[in-house]
Design a binder for this molecule. Structure first.
Ligand code: GDP
Length: 468
């Protein structure tokens, strides 16, 4: 019988291993948002809280922590060998330096990734019975939200795209900045034999225009997206195109117009499409970081465009009549989260308003879209808290202020941030002084801990069901 027992043990052991192996799960979590929305800070915070601040006090609304089932999380080698690794050590040492002032890490301008192995105890059922431990392999993929704004180009010809963009450039607030480009464009004969240097000169001007619009107005609907952050594509012919005034004639082979068309087609085929087929199609979960407060700082046009950007992102999940995306690929994403980031820039009593504003932006845009099997949620959060709440009494009134070191300043400041509106405002409703939300430097942390606001809610929504 002792032989039988040990055999049984072996079989059990084997079964346990097999079950264990098959129950290890993989999740690809994509993190996006326009540049400056806080992707780098978010990923750094996510990794830090999972690896070295993983406990129920720090993440009370993340079930696996609250139920004390988390065992350990560590960074493991990634499987995707062609994507650069997210430089977590560098980002962390900017925020928590051994000496000197903490700084925000520099943001990355292209796709990058990091793999975590999250070891945890299952809470019940089969997994709980057979295998006391499971591992969730979490691939975090960080990519510029600007890339998603190219989506409509997949359905457009050069002529259609060109007309649409050219019209935009002639309207405020773009028109004031577009003059140099429009003048250069007017001097180009579309039907003349190709003049490579003229085309690349105007393309460079167009690129400068897009970059300038982004910087000065925070406008978001700027195409082609890669012109804003070209990375290794800088100077490549497929990026050297721009919109032209409406035309009716067919392009003559070898003309300027023919070359522009060819470059546009190449961009769509070689840059836009591969992103969808190689990356986007494989994502399981998506968080979109939205910098609502900066949009409010800029004014009604920028906030409206923020709404347009959201609409564009939602279009990726629209299973309506056109469904052209479905023909191209079927997204795997079953949970989508829009997060209004940097909520530490306002006082705690107004976090709800920020969440409501983002919610109204998302719902206004999603009304006419049909979603199939995709859950959409909105939250207000802060990956890395850079301020402290501070109550100030003035003439018998309590003011909910924040205290922090404004970015690029040397004096700490107690500041009463404005209340964000609870919904989209139009031009007439906009307060005459506008909004002014300050940015802050990260806080020094003697105990090497990062603070967050509602990051645990975000983790629970995105990962909670995978860690049961
Ligand atoms: P990315 O371009 O999307 O990677 O954006 P970053 O993560 O580099 O963030 C851009 C800037 O936003 C940072 O340099 C910070 O100034 C600010 N920021 C990002 N996340 C937070 C946050 O959670 N709280 C605060 N207060 N500021 C943040």
């Amino acid at each position: 019988t002792s032989f039988a027992k040990s055999t049984l043990k072996k079989i059990k052991g084997g079964a346990q291993k097999a079950v264990h192996r098959s129950l290890d799960q993989h999740v690809k979590l994509a993190v996006t948002g326009l540049s400056g929305s806080g992707k780098t800070a978010f990923i750094t915070a996510l990794v830090k809280h999972l690896t070295s601040q993983a406990n129920e006090k720090n993440l009370p609304f993340f079930d696996v922590m609250q139920q004390q089932r988390h065992i350990a999380t560590r960074i493991v080698p990634q499987e995707a060998l062609t994507i650069p690794t997210f430089d977590y050590p560098k980002a962390l040492s900017a925020l928590l330096p051994t000496e000197g002032q903490p700084r925000w890490p520099s943001s990355t301008e292209r796709i990058n990734t990091l793999r975590l192995a999250i070891k945890y105890r299952s809470d019940s059922g089969l997994r709980g019975h057979f295998s006391p431990q499971s591992t969730l392999y979490l691939d975090i993929i960080d990519y510029p939200g600007e890339w998603l704004l190219d989506l409509p180009m997949l359905q457009q010809s050069y002529r259609q795209w060109s007309e649409q963009q050219y019209t935009l450039l002639q309207q405020p607030p773009r028109v004031e900045k577009s003059q140099a480009f429009l003048t250069a464009l007017a001097a180009l004969d579309l039907h003349a034999p190709v003049d490579e240097s003229a085309l690349s000169g105007i393309a460079t001007q167009y690129q400068a225009l897009l970059v300038g619009l982004k910087k000065d107005t925070k406008l978001a609907m700027l195409q082609p997206g890669r012109m804003l952050m070209p990375g290794e594509l800088q100077g490549a012919p497929l990026l050297l195109f721009f919109p032209v005034a409406g035309y009716t004639e067919e392009a003559i082979a070898g003309s300027n117009l023919a070359h522009l068309q060819k470059r546009f087609d190449a961009y769509v085929k070689e840059v836009v499409k591969p992103f969808y087929s190689q990356h986007f199609r494989h994502f399981d979960r998506q968080i979109v970081l939205v910098d609502v407060l900066s949009a409010l700082n800029e004014g009604p046009e920028t906030l409206q465009e923020q709404g347009d950007v959201i609409k564009q992102l939602l279009a990726h999940f629209n299973y309506g009549e056109t469904g052209f995306l479905k023909r191209l690929f079927k997204p795997n994403i079953d949970k989508l989260l829009f997060a209004a980031n940097k909520s530490d820039h306002i006082s705690g009593v107004h976090h709800k308003d920020l969440a409501l504003l983002l919610d109204s932006l998302v719902h206004e845009q999603s009304n006419h879209l049909k979603f199939d099997g995709v859950k959409i949620e909105t939250m207000a959060m802060s990956s890395i808290t850079a301020t402290m709440p501070k109550q100030v009494t003035e003439q018998g009134k309590t003011l909910n202020c924040i205290y922090g070191l404004p970015l690029l300043e040397s004096q700490w400041l107690t500041y009463l941030p404005p209340q964000p509106p609870m919904r989209m405002l139009n031009k007439d409703e906009w307060p005459s002084h506008g909004f002014e939300f300050l940015s802050f430097s990260p806080m020094p942390s003697p105990d090497k801990q990062l603070k967050h606001i509602r990051l645990d809610h975000v983790m629970q929504y995105l990962l909670g069901d995978k860690l049961t």
